[in-house]
Structures are given as C-alpha cells and as structure tokens.
Write a protein that binds this ligand. Structure first.
Ligand code: NAD
Ligand code: USQ
Length: 401
C-alpha cells in the first residue's frame, strides 16, 4: 500500500514508518520538526541521541535498500498538505502529527491555544484533503484512551448502548478528558465522525494508551536509527521517567497516591496495531474506534515494577509521593475494553517480559546524557503561568536560537 505517515519524525511515527517500509509498503513521511523545536523551547532533550531525519533515512536505505520519502511541512498549511496529497496519492494516512503532551498544553493560555489550533486545524485540513483528493483513502487517526477519562463504569470501545425511558440507542461513549491536549483529541474525534457521516469517508480512531519502549526490530538495526526516549517533566511519560530516575539514583516521582490507572502498550505493538488497521479498513462512511493498549497498570504498580527491576540491576530505588500537579482521580475504578485489535490478530508484548531490556538498559546505557534538572514537575493544572510564553511555530523558535 501507499501509506502516509504524518508526524513520521516523532516517536511513534518513526517506528511506524520503518516497520511499514520493512513490510514492503511504500511510505512517505510528513513532518515539520516541531517536536525537535519543543525540546529547544523547554531546554530538554531525548535520552537517546536521535539523528536528523535525512541521516536516519539514509541509514535506513543503506541497511535495507528501501527508500522512505519525506515531505517537510506543516499540516495546518492546507496548500502544503494539498501538494503532498497530489504528489504521493496515499491509500492510507496514519495521522500522528499533533502536539501530544498534556503538561505542554497546560503551561499557560498560549500553549493551550497552540495545542488546540495545531491539532484540530491539522486534522480538519487532513479531512478536507482526503475528501478533495481521494475520498477512498483510509484515515488511521491516533486518538487517546485519555479521551474517556476515568468513569466509574467499564469503558467500551468507542460506543455504548444505552437504555433511557424505555428506548435504546448505541451512542458515542461519553468523554471526560483531563487536559487541553486530551480535549483536542475529543474535538478531533467529533470532527472525524461528522465527516464520515456527511461525506462517507472511512476512518479508524485508535484510542491509544501510554506507549513505552524504544527498540523495534527495525530501529535496532543501527544506532543511526535510534528512536526518541523522553523523560523530562513535560514530554516524558511516566514509565520512561521512572526508569531514568532509577538509573541515576533519584526517587521515583509518583504523583499523589499513585492509584491513577492507565492502559499501556509496547511500541512494537503500536506499529503492529497500525498495520492491522491499515490492512483491515472499515466500510465507506464508517467511523471505527479501537482501544489500542494491551495491559493496564496504576502508577504505583509501575513504580514497584521499576523498583524490582532496578534492584535486580543493583540499584537501590526509592519511591516518593509528590503532591499531584494535575487534577485527576488518584484512586478510581478502571476497566477498559480492548478486544477489537486482538480479534484482528494482535499478539501483545507484555511489560513484565520487556521492562528490563527495553527501558532500564536504555536508561543505563545513556545515563551520562540525563539532565536531572528537567525532571521536577513544574506545570500545574490549577495555576497556569506565563513563565514560558513561546508556544511555538518553528520559525519563531529558530529565530530565537
Ligand atoms: P511525537 O511528538 O514524538 O511525534 C509527533 C510528530 O508530529 C513530531 O515529529 C512533530 O514534529 C510532528 N508534528 C506535530 N505537529 C505537526 C504539524 N502541524 N505538521 C507536521 N508535523 C507535525 O509524538 P508521539 O509520541 O509519536 O505521538 C504521536 C501521536 O500518537 C500523537 O497524536 C499522540 O497524541 C498519540 N499518542 C501517543 C502516545 C504516547 O504514549 N506517545 C499515546 C497515545 C496517543
Ligand atoms: N505521573 C506520575 N509521575 C510522573 C509522571 C506522570 O505519577 O513523574 C502520572 C500522571 O499524573 C498520570 C499518569 O502518570 O496520572 C500518566 O502520565 P503520563 O505523563 O505518562 O501520560 P499522559 O499525560 O496520560 O500522556 C501520555 C502521552 C499522550 C497520550 C497518553 C495516553 O503523552 O500523548 O495521549 O499518554 S492516555 O494516558 O491513555 O491518555
């Protein structure tokens, strides 16, 4: 298939582009390097030394003989997106190209506005481009499990059947997102569902849990292909942060009681889920929703797993409970369904089998690059600030460096 990977220089996108290319698909990446600029803005960097995109693509070609095309531009620019669609004519579009950090969206007004404009306008442009250039094209959109929040009932896959005053209907599952970023995903989902209905487009919304791991078979081929591993307070996800903290002898930063439970999956399962969605598109006019995660853990469960794994490697790992900078339930019911991708053939990798290899070893290998100053939580949901006011377009950041 001809598959577009929007956001292909980012964490999930890079692993996906290589995996699909290795499987024989024709892949073209789109990215505007915003993610790399946000590192400049925040004074943070990935633990792993990622190379510039052209170097990465050259290394991929040298190792496999395969070529991945790349188009540099901003998907909120419709002229750019149109020219990309006309040049590449994708049969499926994987859409990762959004601002994805909840804390980034909660820094202040400017970052909240930037996140929602970047994400919602980018997705809207994409919907119009699909309609204009190839209405048969299958949109595979990355949503998030955080769209649902933490209701006190089971979470279904996208839809729930409700009986009310003697009548029955199947309706979109209620959304209770917990940040301006997570809200942007809900707004995207509504826009996508609407155009499936009015224009007959076909889309799969993958409500993904927190992704962990850096290594996939393809990335492991060469150091020049290495993927991101973020651990700073804004872009670092909880498990990455705990592994890095353990590797430098810092106490693990559990926010509040640590009962916050989320769905998680290995990056190797992310790329497989994407492939499964592409190979099994829905019908014209169908808006499918899959919950894309394999296991659920509380933050405190993860802290204990890292403590044990660290102990086996000779680290004395302490667990700290910090006041929660977010507004979220710290102890709650959580049971989210996730059977649709398993039915399509997903065989999950389990955290208990890969934690040491995928995460702790990477954290230890690149320990000298860890900057502990970027670790303490400073963004607070209750008190947005104006300390960091850049919320950025690339040209603005580049001008300041
Ligand atoms: P990432 O920040 O590493 O990658 C996103 C990429 O998109 C970056 O390379 C960035 O430069 C690019 N981008 C952003 N806005 C763009 C624009 N307007 N035009 C062109 N390119 C743009 O993020 P990720 O961790 O790979 O996440 C990818 C997607 O998956 C996001 O939509 C995120 O919400 C979703 N997701 C991620 C996780 C996770 O744990 N990482 C979990 C659930 C869902
Ligand atoms: N947490 C801690 N200590 C830390 C960091 C985080 O206790 O040092 C807690 C948070 O308070 C939260 C949980 O860990 O309760 C998860 O936080 P996270 O930063 O790992 O993940 P989150 O903000 O939910 O966002 C990440 C990705 C996002 C994706 C989402 C999937 O950045 O792109 O959408 O995971 S989900 O969580 O299912 O919404």
């Amino acid at each position: 298939m001809k598959i577009a990977v929007l956001g292909g220089d980012g964490y999930c996108g890079w692993a996906t582009a290589l995996y699909l290319s290795q499987k024989g698909h024709s892949v073209a990446i789109v990215d505007n390097f915003l993610r790399r600029q946000w590192d400049f803005e925040l004074g943070a960097q990935t633990l792993t030394p990622i190379r510039p995109l052209p170097d990465r693509l050259r290394a991929w070609h040298e190792h496999t003989g395969k070529t991945i095309d790349h188009f540099i531009g901003d998907i909120t620019d419709y002229d750019f997106l149109s020219s990309y669609f006309q040049a590449f004519e994708p049969e499926a579009v994987i859409h990762y190209a959004e601002q994805r950090a909840a804390p980034y969206s909660m820094i202040d007004r400017k970052h909240a506005v930037f996140t929602q404009v970047n994400n919602i306008v980018g997705t809207l442009n994409l919907l119009f481009a699909i309609r204009e250039y190839n209405p048969q094209c299958h949109l595979v959109k990355l949503g998030t499990m955080g769209e649902y929040g933490t209701p006190n009932i089971d979470i279904e896959e996208g839809y729930i059947t409700v009986e009310h005053n003697g009548r029955k209907d199947t309706l979109p599952y209620p959304k209770q997102p917990g940040s301006f970023y997570h809200l942007s995903k809900v707004h995207d989902s509504h826009n996508i569902m609407f155009v499936c209905k009015i224009w007959g487009l076909r889309a799969t919304d993958l409500n993904q849990g927190v992704v962990y791991g850096t290594m996939t078979e393809e990335v492991a081929l060469d150091e020049a292909l290495i993927n991101r591993f973020d651990y700073d307070e804004v872009f670092g996800t909880v498990l990455n942060r705990f592994c890095v903290q353990a590797a430098i002898g810092r106490p693990l930063t559990v926010y509040g009681k640590g009962g916050q439970t989320r769905g998680f999956l290995d990056i190797r399962d992310t790329v497989r889920c994407i492939e499964l969605a592409c190979l099994n598109p829905g019908k014209e006019g169908e808006f499918r929703v899959f919950n894309q995660f394999t296991e659920q853990f509380s933050v405190l469960d993860l802290a204990h797993m890292v403590k044990t794994a660290g102990g086996q490697m000779g680290f004395n790992v302490e667990i700290n409970h910090l006041p929660d900078p977010r507004v979220e339930a710290e102890a709650h019911y959580y049971n989210a369904k996730h059977s649709k991708l398993l039915e399509l053939g997903l065989k999950p990798h389990l955290l208990s089998d890969s934690l040491l290899d995928s995460l702790m070893n990477i954290a230890v290998k690149y320990r000298d690059r860890i900057d502990a100053a970027t670790m303490a939580p400073q963004v607070n949901w209750r008190s947005p600030r104006n300390l960091r006011t850049q919320a950025t377009k690339p040209d603005e950041v580049l001008a300041s460096h």
